[in-house]
Design a protein around this ligand. Structure first.
Ligand SMILES: [Cu+2]
Length: 255
């Protein structure tokens, strides 16, 4: 009997060891494809000409809108934000669930002190269980009017979006507003007077006013909207359901 019990104990221990090994292997395999993306965001005043006038706008790396970040679900982003502007700044990764990295979320005075002029801060976080097109933007005062860009999260390598048809081509569409003024001055004036801030002078698509505004870049904006997708594609992970977004003029909103 004792011999039998001993054999059972050995078997039991062996199977536990084997199970542990299997789990370790599985997690190593799932991490094997995850990448770490390094970026430098230099936040600085840049001359930007819109509506026939040039504004010294705060931009990232001299681009308006800022750089598009592309990752796969499961990847890690490391973004060093270097503040060469005259204002405090933080960057927020809109819609990204910060799992145990709350200090990388970005709202100033909420999860971090703002990055002061001349300073820098490195945001590091892993995107877990999210797919779709999000965006990043400044989270200090109205710097967000010009400091923003797309954050595209592709499915994990080897998996696909939860659509019945996969997209043939993808273009990020960023909707924004443009002021013929320094946006910081606009919001400061509103705070000073107690009134509503001045309305913007143009709506923009990918940083460009449409053809109906003065000095629009001719021929630059020829979008016909067939499908607009907003927010992260979270439902796949919750429901495993395929979502049909192929109807013309349909708007798919995922929360
Ligand atoms: Cu946001």
């Amino acid at each position: 009997m004792e011999v039998f019990e001993n054999i059972f104990a050995i078997n039991h221990r062996f199977s536990l060891f084997f199970l542990g090994l299997l789990l370790l292997l599985a997690s190593a395999l799932s991490l094997a494809n995850a990448k770490t993306h390094y970026h430098e965001f230099v936040i600085q005043a840049t001359p930007v000409k819109r509506l026939c006038k040039t504004q010294n706008s705060i931009t990232v790396n001299g681009m308006f809108p800022g750089p598009t970040l592309e990752v796969n679900n499961g990847d890690t982003l490391v973004v060093n934000a270097v503040n060469k502007a005259q204002y405090n700044v933080t960057i927020h990764w809109h819609g990204v669930r910060q799992m145990r990295t709350g200090w990388a979320d970005g709202p100033e005075f909420v999860t971090q002190c703002p990055v002061r002029p001349g300073g820098s801060y490195t945001y590091k976080f892993t995107i877990q269980g999210q797919e779709g097109t999000l965006w990043w933007h400044a989270h200090s005062s109205w710097l967000r009017a010009t400091v923003y860009g797309a954050l595209i999260i592709h499915p994990r390598e080897g998996s696909s979006y939860p659509f019945s048809k996969q997209p043939k081509r993808e273009t990020a569409i960023l909707l924004g507003e443009w002021w013929n003024a320094n946006p910081i001055d606009v919001v400061r004036e509103a705070a000073r007077t107690g009134g509503a801030p001045n309305v913007s002078d143009a709506y923009t698509v990918n940083g460009q006013p449409g053809d109906l505004y003065n000095c629009s870049s001719q021929g630059m904006l020829k979008y016909s909207f067939k499908l607009v997708e907003m927010g992260g594609l979270i439902p796949k992970l919750k429901t495993n359901k395929k979502v049909d977004c192929t109807n013309q003029l349909s708007i798919c909103i995922f929360h």
